[in-house]
Design a protein around this ligand. Sequence first.
Ligand SMILES: [Fe+2]
Length: 385
Amino acid sequence: MTMRETVQGKGERSSNPIFLLTGDKPEALDVKRSAQAAVNIKEAVQSTDTQSAEHIFVLTDAERDAVGELIASLPALNVRSVEDDLLTRVEMAGRQMPQRLAETLIRFRRQANRYGSLLIRNLPTDPVLPDTPRDGKPAPDKKTFFSEYSLLMTMVQLGEPISYSDEKDGVLIQNICPVAGHEAKQENTGSTYLEFHTEDGFHPYKPDYLGLVCLRSDHERLAETATASIRNVLHAIPSTAITLLRQPLFRLRLSTSFLHGSNSQEMYSAAMPVLTGNLLQPEMCVDYFLMEATTPEAKWALELLKAELLKVASGFVLLPGDMVLIDNRLAAHARTGFTPRYDGKDRWLQRCFTVEDFRRSAFSRSPGQHICSPLSIVFSMQDAG
Ligand SMILES: [Fe+2]
């Protein structure tokens, strides 16, 4: 059997569904019902271990109310100008969060888990929501800030918030909504299947964590957020492939959301490895849409890794009050397709990034600011040495 046949054979066996988590217990969801889901995610197999509670945390109603009281003590929020003083207040408020949640976040930050993700449910929600923004920009008519502060209070436990001036105007808390005309884009404004990827893997200051909090699900509750972790597949990858994946034999095409105006031609990252760090618990940077292998052998290794990741992919439809935290160094994430109506009630998430080592990006930021310079500027500085 050739290597190619080996990969295909494994794919053919991958016919199980991924899972929809609607309560404490996951229930099976046949992803084929999502007509827009790409072929490869239909092949994804749910790991039986995913039915454990290791990466799912459900707040009790009393804990939810306690988080809500902490948020009620915070001021009105303008997501376009989140100052350090406010971040300090949020972090201090977070130190009073329910102990069970605090302990779960510490464990996730310190050791993560085999899924590289943590789903938190039953967070406080905003009593009244305006229409879902049609342009994905901040919503000026949102008058309460339970979603923003739930996200921020949780994320600052995992690092320092960071954003990129190329993307979403550099705001620290970004609205993720479908935008008319962007349906097929492999970006957060799209609505067809968004393939597995490391968030901003081409960026020298890419997030260590991303958090997504749900304000509204899509109308049919079809859009599943899926994750797949290197920790769940490393044992299945032959040493030959791992050796190749640890070499700089790969490159990433820059996302179009980072390319503007005169820089709109295709740009690529420097040659990079897919796996780095600890031999037994490596970090991973992968992108099913933007990553290219530079040799046939590297392509074989990459395709093998991608096939194995799909076998352990697990997904869930995010519901209002849900938040998923993803360790961007361990888990790739994806979203299955859905059909927006552009009626003001479409799917609405908010997103925030953090890094563990904030000072590493200081060269790219104004003093006291969290927004990194345009990527073209960062790259030109690197080229200049
Ligand atoms: Fe993403």
